[in-house]
Design a protein around this ligand. Structure first.
Ligand code: GTP
Ligand code: MG
Length: 143
């Protein structure tokens, strides 16, 4: 997901391009202006944290771009592409390392496990995602 700061800072194309160029396949994409209750559900595991209210304010402050990317090891590798949660610890070359400064404005979200990805896909795309065959498959995967 591209967070409100990523959208406001015109990073949508840049972030999508990185996932496309890596070789992942887009399965769903939409812009949304989620309710606070939806965001509270999305970040429910962090509800006990002192920064939770600020996190929900931040996420509710503007539209977000929600995406589902598919591919081998996409959850783990996609998190590497995002970089560490705190931009001060994110390697240069990662999205957070390259484009942001503070943890409370860290531009993007990525599911942290396949289980949470499945849960989040249902939460953000109850209508389902798009199944399609990419003609580049044989150029990205050996088998
Ligand atoms: P997401 O991909 O957004 O879920 O980030 P993450 O998995 O790298 O980290 P985590 O799930 O622990 O935290 C969710 C989000 O809460 C982070 O991306 C930050 O935007 C915010 N956050 C985490 N820790 C802090 C903190 O110490 N202070 C503040 N202000 N925000 C934080
Ligand atoms: Mg997280």
């Amino acid at each position: 997901m591209i967070k409100p700061d990523g959208v406001q800072r015109n990073l949508v194309g840049e972030i999508i391009a990185r996932f496309e160029k890596k070789g992942y396949k887009l399965a769903a994409l939409k812009m949304a202006r989620p309710e606070r209750s939806h965001l509270e559900e999305h970040y429910a595991d962090l509800s006990g944290k002192g920064f939770f209210a600020g996190l929900i304010d931040y996420m509710a402050s503007g539209p977000v771009v929600c995406m589902v990317w598919t591919g081998v090891n996409v959850v783990l590798e996609g998190r590497k592409m995002l970089g560490a949660t705190k931009p001060s610890e994110s390697a240069m070359g990662t999205i957070r390392g390259d484009f942001c400064v503070e943890v409370g404005r860290n531009v993007c979200h990525g599911s942290d496990s396949t289980d949470s990805a499945e849960h989040e896909i249902k939460l953000w795309f109850p209508e389902g995602v798009c199944e399609w065959d990419a003609c580049t498959n044989a150029w990205i995967y050996e088998k």
